[in-house]
Design a protein around this ligand. Structure first.
Ligand SMILES: [Zn+2]
Length: 85
């Protein structure tokens, strides 16, 4: 039984090494994720620019918007764009 576990362990290590070896080729592609760090999006409610990766995303009226906070998303959903006020 112990030998079986050791075998599993070595197979796992080999699997990790192969995965890491194959994975290095894809590291040079920063745009693989949704947007890069410098990708700024505008909050349509308070007109603030926020990094897309930290922005609060919400679909309003079938259109995708990005907000600086959930509060802005809620208010935009209720009141629309804050320009008129
Ligand atoms: Zn905002």
């Amino acid at each position: 039984m112990i030998r079986f576990l050791i075998l599993i362990f070595f197979v796992y290590i080999a699997y990790r090494l192969v995965r890491r070896y194959l994975g290095t080729g894809q590291k040079n592609e920063p745009l693989g994720e949704a947007g890069s760090v410098d990708d700024m999006v505008k909050d349509p409610f308070c007109k603030t620019y926020v990094p897309r990766r930290t922005a609060y995303r919400r679909i309003v009226a079938g259109k995708e918007h990005f907000f600086c906070s959930e509060a802005c998303a809620d208010r935009f959903e209720r009141e629309g764009e804050g320009e008129g006020d």
